[in-house]
Design a protein around this ligand. Structure first.
Ligand code: PGA
Length: 259
């Protein structure tokens, strides 16, 4: 794992955007795994600026991490709406190349299987973008999720529903179920970029990076990933015991060793 600790979200986003643009220039049909929530927004804004400055993302393919069950795609809090507003449009992706699990399918288990199949058929995710919940979830893999789980239906914890209630009119409007890529699905990505900003994420980051690998902190499964990079600001890094070492490593990183 590589842990990058910098002062601002914008600096961290710029580094990750540099790495993504470099890959797109090498492989125009790169496959991005797309997280939602507030955390990836600085990265999407940075990539949108690159697009405005002439970088061509039109062959890039995308797979969202998750979607609520029962929200129509046009609902402003659906992840289909989020991805269209924050990613597909601003980055100039082609909508037909950007996929989400179908949270409105009659047969949700079949929709989950179809999603796994579509990811595999694409050749797999090259760069999986991730946030982290205050409870250590990635995607909607809540604590207790199997470390080898695949895309499936999950019940949201009341903590997650409360955390997300700020986007809805009331807590009762927050769906109780979702379809989410599993932890095993996320582990299959070639590279994982996890972002965490703010002191309310510090405990989850410390458990993910330095705690035991455990379903009790789903993000800790990234300790088993071959190339996981954590982009954290100083507040989110505050509970890391080895933060001096991570910063020395970053300062001494050889120029040829790219993210
Ligand atoms: P946030 O959510 O980016 O809105 O903090 C992160 C997550 O729950 O994965």
């Amino acid at each position: 794992m590589e842990i990058i600790i910098l002062d601002t979200e914008e600096e961290l986003a710029r580094l990750a955007a540099d790495a993504i643009v470099r890959r797109v220039q090498r492989s125009p049909d790169l496959v991005l795994g797309l997280a939602t929530g507030s955390t990836p927004l600085p990265l999407y804004r940075d990539l949108a600026q690159r697009h405005a400055a002439g970088v061509n993302f039109s062959s890039v393919r995308g797979f969202a991490l998750d979607e609520y069950v029962g929200l129509p795609p046009e609902h402003t809090q659906s992840y289909a709406h989020y991805i269209a507003e924050n990613v597909t449009g601003p980055l100039g992706l082609r909508p037909e190349l950007v996929h989400l699990p179908d949270g409105n399918a009659d047969d949700l288990e079949e929709a989950a299987r179809r999603y796994e199949h579509a990811i595999r058929a694409s050749g797999g995710v090259d760069v999986q973008i991730l946030g982290i919940g205050a409870n250590g979830h990635i995607g909607f893999n809540e604590p207790g999720s199997s470390l080898l789980s695949r895309t499936r239906i999950k019940t949201l914890t009341s903590k997650t529903r409360h955390d997300n209630a700020r986007f809805f009119t009331s807590l009762d409007d927050v769906p109780s179920h979702c379809l989410t890529q599993g932890l095993g699905t996320i582990l299959d990505a070639r590279t994982a970029f996890l972002f965490a900003f703010g002191g309310h994420k510090a405990e989850a980051v410390a458990r993910a990076v330095e705690g035991p690998v455990s379903a009790s902190c789903p993000a800790s499964v990234l300790q088993l990933h071959q190339h996981a990079v954590f982009f954290v600001d100083r507040a989110a890094a505050a509970q890391l015991r080895r933060s001096d070492y991570y910063q020395e490593t970053w300062a001494a990183k050889p120029a040829w060793q790219l993210l």
